[in-house]
Every structure is written in C-alpha cells, then in structure tokens.
Ligand binder design. Structure first.
Ligand SMILES: *[C@@H]1O[C@H](CO)[C@@H](O)[C@H](O)[C@H]1NC(C)=O
Ligand SMILES: *[C@@H]1O[C@H](CO)[C@@H](O)[C@H](O)[C@H]1NC(C)=O
Ligand SMILES: *[C@@H]1O[C@H](CO)[C@@H](O)[C@H](O)[C@H]1NC(C)=O
Ligand SMILES: *[C@@H]1O[C@H](CO)[C@@H](O)[C@H](O)[C@H]1NC(C)=O
Ligand SMILES: *[C@@H]1O[C@H](CO)[C@@H](O)[C@H](O)[C@H]1NC(C)=O
Ligand SMILES: *[C@@H]1O[C@H](CO)[C@@H](O)[C@H](O)[C@H]1NC(C)=O
Ligand SMILES: *[C@@H]1O[C@H](CO)[C@@H](O)[C@H](O)[C@H]1NC(C)=O
Length: 570
C-alpha cells in the first residue's frame, strides 16, 4: 500500500467520521460519506440540481472526470475532501489521465461485479435453474409478500456448456414478464403477457455469435434469443391473482440443449455449489468502493467478468483503453507491471466513481414535474455506462420503459429533501396509468442507510394497487400519506381517509412504479402529483406524536434485504 494512498484513505475515513456525527457513518464505505451532500447540504433547488447534475454529467466523460478531480470542488464543495486526499501524482499528467481512465473503467464494469455477487448473496438456485418465490409463498391479507403482487422467478444462467432451452406452458392468468439481463445488468429481451407470449413456447437462449453446428436441426417451434454475454440473469415477475399463477411459474423449465461448444467428449462445466458463477471474490464489503485491505478486489472480479463476457454495451473506445490499467480481454485483470500511478489510480478511482454513480442515481425532476423524474433509459442504457452504474448501484434491477417505469422523487413541493421528521401528502388524481392488468406502487427508500448490494434500504412495504384495502375516494382520487408513524391500529385507509406509505426516520426518496404504462408514460408526459409537507416535527392526529422508530442497526449489522423475492424491489 502506497503511503499517499494510506493518507488518502485516512483522510476519507476522518471525513466519514466527521459526517458520522451528522448521521452519515452508516454510508461508509459503501458510498463515500458526502455522497448526498449535493442534495442535502445545499439550500436551494437550483443549487441541488446544478451540483448533482454537474457531478453526474462531468463524470460521464474522460475530460469531465479530470476536471472533477482537479477543479470540481470549486463547483461542488463536497468534492473537497476527495480532492485534498488525492495523491499529488494523480492531479497532474500522466497520473491524472490514469485516474480518469480507472474511474471510467470502474463505472463501466460495475454492473458486472454486482451481478457476479448476486447468485452467491441471494442463495440462488444452482446455475441454469430457476428459484421460484411461488415455491415458498407467504401470503399476507390475501396477497403474497413482496412488491405487492409479483411472484419472482430467478435464474442465473451461463452458456458455457451451450444453449439453454426455456419452456413456458400457456398461461392466461394476468400480467407477467420475464426480462433477460446480460452480465452487466442491461435488459436484452423480455417475454411476457404484454409482449404477446401467453401462448407459451420454447425459447432457445444462445451466445450472441452462436451458429447451429452442422447437421443439427433446430425444431421449428424454437425461437432463438441471442445473449450479448455468456452469463446473465432472468427475473420473472408474475402477478399473483389468487389462482393458478404460482403453479404456473413452478412449471417453467430451463434445460441444456444441443451439443457442447467444447466438443462432444468434454464434460460440462460444473459450477461449485454455493459459489454462484465462481468468481475470484464475492465478498460484498470488499467489493464496494475503496478497500484498503485489498485494493484489487473489485478489479479482479471486474476483469474476470470482462474476460468471460466481453464488452456488451461498454463503448469500444473505452474498451480499447482498458489494457492500460491492466484489464485484458483474454486474461482479465493483470496487475503485474503496472506503474505506481496506475495502481494508485485503481485504488482510489472507486471513490470518485461512486460519487458520480450516486449523483447520477439522485434523479432530480424539476418544478414542472413536481420534482419527479423518470429515467427513461433505465433498462436500455446502451453505452451510457454511468446510468448503468447508477441503476446497478442504487437499484440493482433495470427495466425497459414499457415494462416498468420507475419515477423517482427526492423533494417535496417546496424543493426540500424528504425526511422522516415530516408528514407528507400526495394525492393521485386517479390511478396511475398502468395497463394490461399490471399494477402500480409507491414506496419510500432510505438513503441514509445503503445496503451492500442494493443501495437504498428497501425494506419498508410498498403501497401496491392490488393490495386489499386500498382507499380510493368516490371521485377516483387516491390520497396517500408518507410518514414514519403507523396509523392508529384500529383504522383502515378508508376510515381515516388516506393510504399509508411508511417513511424512514432519516432521509429517503420515493419511488412510484408503473408497470405496463400507457402512452403518457412512454412519452414521459405523465406527471405524478406534488409531495406536500403537511406537518413537521411531532405530528399529531395525522400520524402520532410517538417518536420515530429507530432503525434496526447499521447496514453491516442489520438485516440484508430478503433475496427470496428478488429483493422485493423490482
Ligand atoms: C510520483 O511519481 C514519481 C515518479 O513515478 C515517483 O517517484 C514518486 O514516488 C511519486 N510520488 C508519490 C507521492 O507517489
Ligand atoms: C507518475 O505521475 C507523475 C505525475 O503525474 C509523473 O511525474 C511520473 O512520471 C509518473 N510516473 C510514471 C511511471 O508514469
Ligand atoms: C418442461 O416443460 C414442458 C412444457 O410444460 C413439458 O412438456 C416438459 O415435460 C417439461 N420438462 C421437464 C424436464 O420438466
Ligand atoms: C387469474 O388467473 C386465472 C388463470 O389462472 C384466470 O382465469 C383469471 O381470469 C385471472 N384473474 C384475474 C383477475 O386476472
Ligand atoms: C396448484 O398445485 C397444487 C399441487 O399440485 C394443487 O393442489 C392446487 O390445486 C393447484 N392450484 C391451482 C390454483 O391450480
Ligand atoms: C381507536 O383506538 C383509540 C385508542 O386506541 C380509541 O380512542 C378510539 O375510540 C378507537 N376508534 C375506533 C373507531 O375504534
Ligand atoms: C393537529 O391537531 C389539531 C387538533 O386536532 C388539528 O387541527 C391539526 O390539523 C393537526 N395537525 C396536523 C398537521 O394534522
């Protein structure tokens, strides 16, 4: 470990501690302590918007990153601790360019590292088979636990042994979708009711450059799906409707089909039990942001993901540069022979990259949209690898716009950050425009506590449209209160006149999810209502005057989001 870096890490730890006094300690080291300062330590909306956008946008280019590292603190004061901790050699050329390249590399490879961890963390079914939430369905008040109505079905796949055949029997029980994610987390195909797949069928998942071997007949009914990467994830979501949905998902199957690409005599690759896709390291903590004990932890996994899976949507000009920092298409990460500037850059770039990704994840709307923001390329980011890193860091699951639109809001109608010491109201003038029997939901996500894999702490229940007891006024409007305190136990949404979305004691943001949105969603012209502050401090009958429940421990000690339902967030 270089002295300069030790000092840098020390300074950053000090800052984390200083912020810890203000309630920020739980964020370190998963995201740098100052990550939300552009949102929370600014006083006007203009300033919040400018600082947050500058950080995200400058962080999206090589020259912009160099500017952030050297002069960014003049525009974004919360970069000062990073700038002052930076080794001098990384502030001038050629070290500065190494830092910028390593920052870009971290952002562009980030999703691959997250996905490589997922099968281990989630205790998934063996590679190339499904784990269905339906298998251990927990039904509460007539609906399954999870995001209201989704029965999650997860399969981690690898095409190393050849194509995989997905067979779905016919089904006509409501809304369902199965997005296919590449190794970096981008959606490359979706099957579903809205896609016209209710007749079921057989889909053959093959590598992107797959050619049927000579003499091999592919049955006519097989539909080919080409995966951009050798590995990836399927995440099925089927609306629970009280009838046959759960049984239907249990009947899906996913089987090896056709000869092995490695020859008829080669035995199949068998992934070690419990090790997911068998990457060199999957310890969540050591892979997040800076890791002084093993600065290469991230890069070893990232290099191996890249070696196995190629560039997918990582821009070619960037891919061509990666060998300069030891990342090779044929070998993965090779640290041998890297100069000190490069190794320093690799060790410290994750901090700047994470600041950039978190700023990008801070999706701020404008007064014209009541501060709601719909990141329309959420699951179709193409070569916008900063958006990819933001989604994979902040939410882990991406969606194509026509499948699920996620609207974000961090601010009340006065442009002030949402906090658990206030009570907020939002009144949907009518149900959000989900179509095709799909649903919508509203959920608060805690940004003071980030979890190791998922970003904002997600465990508070979402208010979900199909859940029994949703209160809709006679005029069709839907009143919602967001507050920490539970409503009086002997009330219902209808008797008290509002639906409850649980808030968090600290800072949080809201998500409105609209599955299968209508044309106003697809054109990004639907505008959710403002979030109005009703009361601050101890509220009375709107909530209760009891103090906010204290959170159960830090992210390290607290419960990880349950993986059983795909993290209950998608
Ligand atoms: C800066 O780079 C020079 C040349 O590679 C090296 O001798 C020096 O030790 C470096 N300084 C620091 C603080 O790393
Ligand atoms: C490291 O960076 C410093 C300043 O950027 C430069 O003077 C030095 O020559 C670099 N060392 C190498 C080996 O490139
Ligand atoms: C896979 O599903 C198809 C269609 O439902 C069924 O015909 C077949 O028997 C299943 N195969 C296995 C191995 O379960
Ligand atoms: C639920 O699914 C069944 C098929 O399993 C279907 O017949 C029924 O219409 C569905 N109900 C709703 C409300 O979608
Ligand atoms: C689901 O399958 C179980 C076991 O095969 C069966 O008992 C049950 O009736 C099925 N439920 C529906 C709604 O089809
Ligand atoms: C609800 O409970 C409170 C005290 O816990 C009581 O004063 C009130 O009368 C109850 N309301 C109803 C409708 O039961
Ligand atoms: C607090 O209680 C008073 C008296 O019941 C009521 O008039 C007022 O609206 C309440 N405040 C809020 C913010 O609900």
């Amino acid at each position: 470990m270089r002295t300069s870096l030790l000092i840098a890490a020390g300074v950053l730890a000090l800052f984390a501690f200083a912020h810890g006094q203000l309630g920020w300690a739980p964020l370190a080291p998963y995201v740098p302590a100052e990550s939300f300062d552009t949102l929370l330590k600014t006083s006007t909306f203009e300033d919040r918007y400018r600082q947050t956008s500058l950080l995200a946008d400058l962080g999206s280019s090589f020259d912009g990153i160099k500017f952030l590292a050297t002069q960014g603190a003049s525009l974004i004061p919360s970069l000062a601790s990073f700038a002052s901790a930076l080794p001098a050699n990384l502030t001038v050329e050629p070290g500065l360019s190494k830092l910028a390249l390593a920052t870009q590399a971290y952002l562009s490879l980030y999703g691959g590292v997250v996905n490589a961890q997922y099968p281990v963390f989630s205790d998934s079914a063996p590679i190339n088979s499904f784990k269905h939430a339906a298998a251990n369905l927990v039904i509460v008040n007539g609906v399954p636990l999870g995001n209201g109505v989704s029965l999650y079905s997860t399969a981690i796949f690898s095409l190393v042994n050849g194509p995989l055949l997905l067979t779905l029997p016919p089904y006509n029980g409501g809304y369902w979708l199965v997005p296919f994610y590449d190794a970096y987390g981008e959606v490359f195909r979706v099957l579903g009711s809205r896609q016209g797949d209710n007749a079921g069928g057989c889909w053959l998942l093959v590598p992107h450059d797959w050619q049927a071997p000579e003499g091999l007949d592919i049955p006519k009914e097989f539909k080919l799906i080409r995966s951009p990467t050798q590995e990836g994830i399927l995440l099925g979501r089927t609306s629970f409707n009280g009838t046959g949905a759960a049984n239907w998902t249990l009947s899906w199957n996913f089987t090896r089909w056709g000869p092995s690409p490695r020859g008829a005599d080669a035995p199949d690759v068998v992934f070690p039990k419990g090790a997911g896709l068998a990457y060199p390291g999957t310890d969540k903590a050591s892979l997040q942001a800076i890791n002084t004990a093993d600065p290469w932890a991230f890069w070893k996994v990232a290099g191996e993901v890249f070696r196995r899976n190629g560039q997918s949507s990582i821009p070619t000009p960037l891919v061509k540069e990666l060998a300069k920092i030891g990342i090779h298409r044929d070998f993965g990460f090779v640290s041998y022979g890297l100069d000190v500037n490069t190794t320093d850059a690799l060790a410290i770039a994750p901090i700047l990259a994470t600041r950039i990704a978190v700023a990008k994840y801070t999706f701020l709307g404008t007064p014209a949209t009541n501060y709601w923001k719909l990141p329309v390329y959420n699951g179709a980011w193409g070569n916008d690898y900063v958006l990819a890193a933001a989604i994979m860091k902040g939410f882990w699951i991406s969606n194509r716009l026509d499948d699920a639109a996620y609207y974000y809001n961090y601010l009340d109608s006065a442009g002030q950050p949402l906090t658990g010491s206030n009570v907020y109201e939002l009144v949907l003038p009518k149900a959000p425009p989900a179509t095709s029997g799909a649903f919508w939901s509203v959920q608060a996500l805690d940004i003071d506590r980030w979890t190791l894999l998922y970003g904002p702490y997600p465990l508070n229940t979402a208010l979900s449209s199909p859940v029994a007891g949703l209160y809709v006024r006679p005029d069709g409007s839907i009143p919602i209160r967001v507050q920490v305190a539970s409503p009086p136990a002997n009330t219902t949404a209808a008797s008290r006149g509002w639906n409850w979305v649980p808030g968090y004691p600290g800072h949080f943001h809201l998500n409105l999810r609209i599955y299968a949105g209508d044309a106003t969603v697809l054109s990004d012209t639907y505008i959710p209502p403002p979030i109005t502050k009703l009361a601050s401090g101890s509220s009375n009958s709107t909530g209760s005057s009891s103090p906010a429940p204290s959170p159960a421990g830090s992210p390290g000690a607290g419960p990880a989001p349950s993986p059983v339902y795909g993290g209950r967030r998608a």
